[in-house]
Design a protein around this ligand. Structure first.
Ligand code: C5P
Length: 235
C-alpha cells in the first residue's frame, strides 16, 4: 500500500527495538505523518521492519546517510529503493560522482525514492572542520555542498531550519529541505541547541520537519502530533 499523506511531519523512530518502533507507529496514522528509520533501529530490526512500516501505509525516510565509493553507494541505494521507502540520503562529502551514481541507481528502480544529501553534520564547528582538513567556515561549507548536491541532480538536502531560508533561495521551489531540531513552543529542548518551532521552520522554507522526542516521548503521541498539525493549520 502506498502512503498518500501530504503531512510535512516526519516522526523520528529513534528506538532500540522493532517492537518499540511498531508500538509507536501503531499510535500514529499514515495520513498524518511520515516516519524516519535511522541507523540504530535499522541495525536492530533490519529491512523487515522497514517493509512492515511501508506495508502499513507509512512513507518511510530511511536515514542511513550512505558515504562510500560510487559503486558501493549505488548498490546500497538500489537495495534501499527496493524496500519501497519514500526517501533516502547520502553524505554530500562523498562527492559529485558518488551522488550522481546514487541518483542514477535510484532512478533505475521501479519505485524511485527521493534522494537527499547531508551537507555538514550539525555536530561540527569551525575547529572540528579544520581538524578534518576543511578550512571553510561551516556556513560556506553547507552552501558549497548543497550546491554540489543540486548539480548532481539530487532532490534536496537535510539542513537546520536556520539554513532553510538561504537554501530555499538556492534550490528554488522544488528543492526538498528536510529540517530536524524542531520543538513546539513550550516543549523540552532535550539536547537540541538551535531550535525552531514547526511553524517558524515552515515559514523559513522547510519542506519537511523531522520531529522525534516531542512526539515519541509524549504521553499521547497521536495528540502531540495533532497539536503540531493544528499549529501548522493542517489538523
Ligand atoms: O528527538 P529529536 O526531535 O531531537 O530528534 C531529531 C532527529 O533528527 C534525530 O533522529 C536526530 O538524529 C536527527 N537529526 C538531528 N540533527 C541533525 C540531523 C539529524 O537532530 N543535524
Amino acid at each position: 500500500m502506498d502512503a498518500t499523506t501530504e503531512s510535512p511531519v516526519i516522526v523520528a523512530l529513534d528506538f532500540p527495538s522493532g517492537d518499540e518502533a511498531l508500538t509507536l507507529a501503531g499510535r500514529l496514522r499514515p495520513e498524518q505523518c511520515r516516519l524516519k528509520v535511522g541507523k540504530e533501529l535499522f541495525c536492530r530490526a533490519g529491512p523487515a521492519l522497514v517493509e512492515r512500516l511501508v506495508d502499513d501505509g507509512f512513507s518511510v525516510f530511511l536515514d542511513l546517510k550512505f558515504h562510500d565509493i560510487p559503486h558501493t553507494v549505488a548498490a546500497a541505494c538500489r537495495a534501499a529503493a527496493d524496500l519501497g521507502v519514500w526517501m533516502i540520503n547520502v553524505h554530500a562529502l562523498g562527492g559529485r560522482a558518488m551522488m550522481e551514481a546514487a541518483q542514477d541507481a535510484v532512478q533505475s528502480r521501479p519505485r524511485s525514492p527521493l534522494l537527499i544529501a547531508v551537507t555538514v553534520l550539525t555536530s561540527h564547528g569551525p575547529e572540528t572542520l579544520q581538524e578534518i582538513g576543511l578550512a571553510a567556515d561551516p556556513q560556506s561549507q553547507v552552501e558549497r555542498l548543497s550546491d554540489l548536491a543540486q548539480q548532481a541532480g539530487l532532490d534536496g538536502v537535510v539542513c537546520s531550519a536556520r539554513e532553510a531560508q538561504l537554501l530555499r533561495q538556492r534550490w528554488g521551489d522544488d528543492g526538498v529541505l528536510v529540517t530536524p531540531g524542531i520543538r513546539p513552543a513550550g516543549s523540552a529542548r532535550d539536547d537540541q541547541q538551535r531550535i525552531m518551532t514547526p511553524r517558524q521552520a515552515m515559514v523559513a522554507g522547510s519542506s519537511y520537519l523531522v520531529i522525534g522526542r516531542p512526539i515519541t516521548r509524549a504521553t499521547d503521541p497521536h495528540l502531540a502530533l495533532q497539536e503540531i498539525l493544528r499549529e501548522l493549520g493542517r489538523a
